[in-house]
Ligand binder design. Sequence first.
Ligand SMILES: Nc1ncnc2c1ncn2[C@@H]1O[C@H](COP(=O)(O)OP(=O)(O)OP(=O)(O)O)[C@@H](O)[C@H]1O
Ligand SMILES: [Mg+2]
Length: 406
Amino acid sequence: MTKKQQRKADELASSTDESLRNFRIVKIFGAEDFEVRKFRDLNNRLFKLFMARRLARFASSPIMEVIGSVAVAVVLVVGGYLVIGTEDSAPMLDPASFLIYLVALSRFYTPMRKLSRLNINWQTARVSAYRILEMLSIEPTVREAANPKPVEGLKEAIEFRNVSFTYGEKRILNNVSLRLERGRTVALVGQSGAGKTTLANLLPRLFDPVEGRILLDGTDLRELDLKGLRKLFGVVTQETVLFNDTVAANIAYAAPAVDEQRLIAAAKAAYAHDFILELDGGLGYKTIIGQAGQQLSGGQRQRLAIARALYFDPEILIFDEATSSLDVESERFVQRAIDNLLANRTALLIAHRLTTIRHADTILVMRDGEIVERGSHEELLGAEGEYHRLFRLALEGDKTAAIPLE
Ligand SMILES: Nc1ncnc2c1ncn2[C@@H]1O[C@H](COP(=O)(O)OP(=O)(O)OP(=O)(O)O)[C@@H](O)[C@H]1O
Ligand SMILES: [Mg+2]
């Protein structure tokens, strides 16, 4: 494929993948026609590119054949004259030599033709190589120190000291300081876009702060062994990432061997065991979950993600709660699963539901990349500031928050 073709094919593949994965949004917005048109358009352009290329490729062969045949004809005519001679000159070539010459020529013909194909292959390979090199040359922004210090777990606390972070020009976190102590839960709340997920991403060093430092028991994260650091964290994200594999493989994701007992214990603690057993007419843990887990409800997907976190039993948990509201029944199970997950664990909790937030030892309220308030639920309510406002909003907007809080 040429560079252009590969680009177009990439574009088509990712666009299709995207629209299929986001089918809910596509449907809600009534954008089916738009998506179909987009697909047809891209497909058409790709088709034209391919056809142009094929044409060049297949036309080249007949052209080569014609040139070859003409050359052979010329050789025969000229050679014939030389062997037979004309009326006024004697033959200049004896038949045997001419035959040898012809055989040599025919042997020569095939390699020559192959050589002409070499160009096509070379071009194709070159384009692929460029694409690979392009990928390889993306500089990782996070680098491991030359002599990284081993990570021996969390003894006291993780601390953000005056941390700022930018995406390009845009300042996302501004002078954030916080302390996450061992065994404690810190909750982050704040409106969408406040920078909560971004802050959490800095912990396993998906990104590094632009200013300030993050310390694990007093050592800058940048001095630590990266693999060891990342092993400390378990993450339950906003988008539950499920893979097209069995339930068991999803819970024990990427584990070298599945420990059956631990698997079931984790599923039970996550309130997932019962619904798992009933999946697919009793296939249970061996049920293959469809891509992105479409056959599961939101609450079930979340409980599987929680089971995964419980299975791995990380030292520090990052829980980025989904915003989408669940039905009351699901909600109750998910909440109990979360309770089990948080018990005696160091956790950074990004929560939208008040029932979840109230678990936290400390609540940090974020706005536009800054921490504007901090304290316990009662303290913050009493202060009648941003937290109080968010709390009111949640009470009005979210039925589940109406569960008696005191
Ligand atoms: N990869 C990215 N590139 C550029 N900007 C980004 C990127 N990811 C997030 N942002 C921006 O950073 C800001 C903070 O995003 P973040 O995801 O941290 O918010 P959040 O508080 O987690 O919101 P939510 O409650 O909706 O999950 C937003 O303005 C967002 O547009
Ligand atoms: Mg977020």
